[in-house]
Design a protein around this ligand. Structure first.
Ligand code: FE2
Length: 297
């Protein structure tokens, strides 16, 4: 295959997709690894073009353990193409973000895959996509990405090599943990503790070329590569609804600090909470007003 000219590159069990989308992790098969777009030579040329485009790339070493703090791992010591040329000499992880802004073939691919996924989901159900991105991960063998979650819906595909992907259902993260992340207004990499996490929510996917997995929003995960070089691809997005849920959780953080037991998103006065956290309202004043109205009920 030379390009994304095929309508169904991802292969899902429709019933599993319907029952689990954005709730539980599930596996699927794909043909992305057959595309020339993902050849190592093509990715190496792309990585050279990425050099002046930071923050669109990230190079890091391997974490010593899955419970290591995310940004405590050595990073920024090599340019992406330099790390790709040294994959056999050390434990390096290269992330090229927002591929669609750097290569039109990757934009076409992302558009095609997103269309297929959303059609299978029966549309966006009135939601608007506010961020949509694709990325490629190129890693040495025996490299570990530490435990964290990201506030985005993810379809992840293994292109080359082996990866053992440990992902927990989002219910493995407590509301106070989620609230602590969203109150900081961050958009990726939420560090949480692996120790003590309920293993009954863990799904382990032994990935090889042609296999992929769906990772719901806020599903915590850690990843280890197999013995040799690994290449993976992902497409992620957020909607206005998922962003609003984040603002509800930010508001709940303040309400919990004030001694209340706030309800999670979807069960309560979400619109008032999300509005209280909007950028145009000073947070202290907005939460103060909200607290007064809640206590007077
Ligand atoms: Fe992640």
């Amino acid at each position: 295959m030379t390009g994304p000219a095929h309508s169904s590159l991802l292969h899902f069990d429709a019933e599993v997709f319907r029952s689990s989308f954005d709730r539980k992790p599930f596996g699927y098969t794909h043909d992305l690894h057959r595309l020339d777009l993902f050849s190592f030579d093509n990715l190496l040329k792309l990585a050279e073009r990425y050099v002046p485009t930071q923050p669109d790339w990230f190079v890091a070493g391997s974490a010593p353990t899955p419970g290591t703090e995310f940004y405590s791992v050595d990073h920024g010591y090599l340019k992406p193409h330099e790390a790709m040329m040294r994959l056999e000499q050390g434990a390096h992880r290269v992330l090229l973000k927002r591929l669609e802004n750097h290569d039109s073939a990757f934009r076409d691919l992302m558009d095609l895959l997103f269309k297929q996924i959303i059609e299978l989901n029966g549309g966006l159900h009135g939601q608007k996509v506010v961020r949509r991105e694709s990325a490629v991960f190129i890693s040495s063998g025996a490299a570990i990405t530490p435990f964290h979650f990201d506030p985005e819906i993810n379809f992840f595909a293994q292109i080359e090599g082996e990866k053992r992907y440990h992902v927990y259902a989002p219910v493995a993260v407590s509301e106070p943990e989620l609230e602590r992340f969203f109150v900081r207004g961050m958009v990726d990499i939420a560090q949480i503790d692996l120790d003590g996490r309920d293993r009954s929510h863990e799904h382990v996917f032994p990935l090889v070329a042609g296999l992929g997995l769906h990772q719901p929003q806020n599903a915590p995960h850690w990843v280890e590569t197999g013995a040799s070089r690994s290449i993976s691809y992902s497409i992620v997005w957020e909607t206005d609804k998922t962003r609003a849920d984040g603002r509800v959780r930010a508001c709940n953080h303040y309400l919990r600090q004030a001694g209340l037991q706030p309800r999670p998103p979807g069960r309560g006065i979400d619109a008032a909470k999300a509005a209280a956290m909007s950028a145009v309202t000073p947070v202290r004043m907005a939460t103060g007003n909200l607290l007064r109205s809640l206590r007077s009920r």
